[in-house]
Design a protein around this ligand. Structure first.
Ligand code: ZN
Length: 231
């Protein structure tokens, strides 16, 4: 895929960590962007830097490619949304079937900021871990949404931008399999222990699939995917 650089939307979860490894395998120059929008659990942001440190320490082949990490504050996002991730509400499904963790249009906002940064940094590709397979509830993670955003951003910036979605059609089991293909058991173990998915922000209980409460929808998805992959 050549010498063009990529900017990875990297939150510190299993999906975006796998995307980061994928980008490091594909591109010679890789930078990361993460958003701080008042997430209820700061642990997410801590896992984020922890996992990058692990990649740097354990994968010397990727070290040269891994560039700057950009952490952007998006306080305005918390101001316009009252959701389970940013306030003290319990996780539940809303009447329209969307989890109340959903910040309307959040991913569109992330992609727009990422595109502006990619433009400034001279990076042609943006890599995001969105996926239709597991999360049918998030309309801004759909393949059609991403394709439309690629067109809108390329036109609006007057520069060709490519949005890469390596996980779009992979389920969680296939995402673990991809991690293994990219970095072997060492990468699987790094992602298992240092990435964070749990909506409850729980990091004291270790399971076969990593840390989490074991009861929220994110833990559920992660454990089912892990079991399926291990089987
Ligand atoms: Zn959980």
């Amino acid at each position: 895929m050549g010498g063009e650089g990529a900017l990875v939307l990297y939150s510190g979860g299993q999906d975006s960590a796998t995307c980061l490894a994928w980008a490091l395998e594909c591109y010679e120059r890789v930078e990361t962007i993460g958003f701080d929008y008042g997430q209820r659990h700061r642990v997410e942001l801590e896992c984020r830097t922890d996992l990058i440190a692990g990649l740097r320490a354990q994968f010397p082949a990727w070290l040269e490619r891994l560039g700057q990490d950009h952490a952007l504050r998006l306080d305005a996002l918390a101001e316009i949304s009252q959701t389970a991730l940013t306030s003290d509400m319990e996780f539940r499904l809303a009447e329209d079937g969307l989890p109340n963790t959903f910040v309307p249009g959040r991913n569109l906002i992330f992609l727009t900021f990422a595109a502006a940064l990619a433009y400034r940094r001279g990076l042609k590709r943006i890599v995001t871990g969105v996926c239709e397979t597991d999360y049918s509830g998030y309309p801004d993670c759909r393949d059609d949404t991403i394709k439309a955003m690629q067109v809108a951003l390329s036109l609006g910036l007057n520069r060709r931008l490519v949005l890469e979605t390596p996980l779009m059609w992979r389920d969680k089991a296939q995402t673990w399999a991809l991690a293994q293909r990219l970095g072997g058991e060492a990468l699987v173990e790094l992602i298992r222990v240092r990435s964070h998915s749990c909506y409850a922000g729980e990091r004291t209980h270790e399971h076969a699939w990593g840390f989490g409460c074991g009861a929220c929808p994110a833990c559920d998805l992660r454990s089912v995917g892990w079991d399926k992959w291990r089987a």
